[in-house]
Design a protein. Sequence first.
Length: 544
Amino acid sequence: MRFSSTVVAVVGFAEIATGFALGRPGAAQDSGQTKTLQVYSRLTIVDVTATDANGNPVHGLQQSDFAILEDGKPQPIRNFEEVSSQDVLPPRQMPANVYTNLEPPPPSSAVNIILLDFANEAPVDSTNLGQVSRATQIQHYVKLAALDAIDRMPPGTRVAVLSMTNNLHVMQGFTSNQAILKAAVNAAPYDLDGNGNQQGVQRDMRNRMVLESFDEIAADVAPMKGRKNLIWFSMGIPDITDPNHPASIPDYSKPLSLAYDQLTAAQISVYPVYAGGVGLLGGRQLSLDMVAEATGGVAYSGTNDMATAVLKAIDNGANYYSISYVPPSEKFDGAYHKIEVKVDRPGVHLVFRNGYFADDLAKIKMPAGLTLSMTPPPAYAGNMKAPMSRGMATSQDLLFDVGVAPSTVAPKPTDPPVMGTLDPKLRGKRLTRYGFTYVVPAEQIRFADGAKGTHKGSLEFDIAVYDSNDELLTGLSQTLKMPVSDATYRQLASGKSPIRFFQQIDLPQGQLFVRVGVLDPATDKVGTLELPLKVGGKQTAAAK
């Protein structure tokens, strides 16, 4: 049963804080929930990055500068567009443990996905201490590189963080909030499992996991318009790309070709970043290069500076030319067709996907499970279930700040034994009471006229807490009723004074994903934010 309450407040000037900076959220992009790649025409889109001798983007090229060929034959260019990144203002600096759902406009229409492939960085044998130590070190360095890259990426860069261990998991949906992204990277679990001497079985399992993850990512982001850059921290997958793989390993050529086609149909370019530092083995190097070339990305290896490699991938994927043509063949026969792009400018280096397999992707059912989306779900008739679901995009129709920290407020005799709708299986477990302090700009709220010059408004404040398996552990919903005088209403409407609200909820220990939401019931406007939160301590005990 959901714990909820209504708080009636007469909002006076002494109860209102000032200093909230407003801005305009970026425009939402189209998304969808279907897990089938929809291909409505044979139009082939090829994203091309053009760089000079120093690796810097080359801008200003025209359609007439390019020629595109399929199987060696020139093709008429049907559509042409240059996409380039723009400088944006840095986000507002937030105090420690204070977060905002206001995100700056993106510098590019391209979005980025960081995939922490810890499954292929795990030890083969978990009983071998040397292997476990090496795997732990590699995965730790990957996290440090991702954190460094997030700190240094251009303001407004939109990133999602995925983790792959025994399954593919969304650690954080698309956001440009660097504090939230760093918390998500820190929360990603290490993979230190091994299967002893069952190396062939384990290798096959990990290989299939990579291919299935590519399929799942492609299905999830295919409805989103524009380019997606998949930055893949990996040790490589030579068993998949090497035709001379061991006899104990099956032939992956068909599922690999389907994965390539699904990635390119979804406009995903893969940027592998080798997680092993310097001293890369030949087979692993080749596997990373092959995946990058097949999808129009670039492989980065042979360096300990993985963070700079990530930044290069983001920059490379933010500046490109989108070229499309109608392929000459109408057949879905699975045949491979080579793509070439040429530019009539000296000194310009091009990167693009080098071909495709003629598979009918519209007939292929894709795996479901991820929740990546650029468009947040609305609250229909005040129902917050969809906006508060794990991994949904950040809603910015209603802007707010929220401070999150262990509560220092002494319990009251009227407090319930447990704050929130705690899952019964957690009864008797240690809990820590957390406080959530909201600051909401009041001019966003619709007030209805009341009697004698009064005005009435309300806000609903929601918390939904999930574990790393996306299971709902606890929640809280409270409504703040705000009958105000005309003078107070005018002050609120002026934008000079935001509304404050304080909530408390008891949280179980462990790695949690806390989704926070604010709803204006009068307009169904919603603001949401999701935070990875590591909880410990012994402040309260759950009721038995």
